[in-house]
Design a protein. Sequence first.
Length: 362
Amino acid sequence: MKVKHLLFQPRLIGCLLLIIPFTSCKKDKTVTPVVNATPVSLGLYEYASGVDKRVLIAITKIGTQTVNYGSIFDTGSPGMTMDATGIIPASMITSAGIQVTGDSTVVNGITITSKTSTISYGDATGTTIEYGNLAYANVTVGNSLGSMDLKRVPFFLYYKIVDSKKNQLAAHSADVFGVGPGLSSTITTISSPLRFYTYGTGLTSGFKLTTLNIANFLTSPTYTASLLTVGLTSADLKSSGFIMHTLSQQGIYGYSPNIPGTITYNGQTISAELLFDTGTPSVTTIENRLASVGALPTNTTVTLTTNQGFTYTYVTTNTGNLTEVQNPNNTQDYRTIFSLDFFIYNEFLTDYGNHQIGLKNN
């Protein structure tokens, strides 16, 4: 997803309250951190509402709190955001913010700091803002069919979210599990929660996302096994068919997920910075300052080509591969952002250790 801060943050597009019936872990169950070179396989939940699609990761424990939330699995941003409602005592949450005594307060195993900030989702045409604090906690993701423990994850604990029309949105309407390679442009302490897993000897930190199952995008969140693999082997990086793209460093914000390439459509080819974003639920956005703004017609053919020779061609329809053209002079965002539909037909890999992203046709 894409955020107004232009480096590595998500845009909130049709974000839904999704507290879903996960297969739960036992309350007293602890998961032993991985200490060998075996990757962890996790299932994710797929969900659709009209043309919008979501892929969600189960969050079953934060600090000492057993919870039951579905968080948007987002390759387009780094860092986890979580609504404070149901996580900390209601008495700590006021209209003026989360009440913290001194530099930090520990409650329910969560360290909440006095460092406050905002995260602004959207672009110059519309902005939704979260308000909250930097916090730290151990986090368990997954369910009884497969789970993993993440240690002392820095995340954004928000108490309020307001859309571009000044409407306050419902609690947990923008919980995000951002696995991008960079650092938050708002609080640079925050990065992908998957960095806080103990990978074990022989594994490279990172993950693979296999192709999503289009049949499981239903009106009820549907569990799809083995979509996510956490921990990369040498075979993943050298012989599995991924085309690797070395990422560029952007100062204090770490490594950018944007990949140089070109976009071809309607008889023209333009240079582009390509972002592959599971957090964008339906509409791919092509930024082209020389073209008319608006949705591409049905049956338009679009081809992307990266600077390392990965190519993918799709055709727009009424129900999928929806694509619009925007002018970066209006949006103040130069990136061409591919929506969740891209991941139905292509595999995706992020290698935190070597600062690269792999793409693979399927």
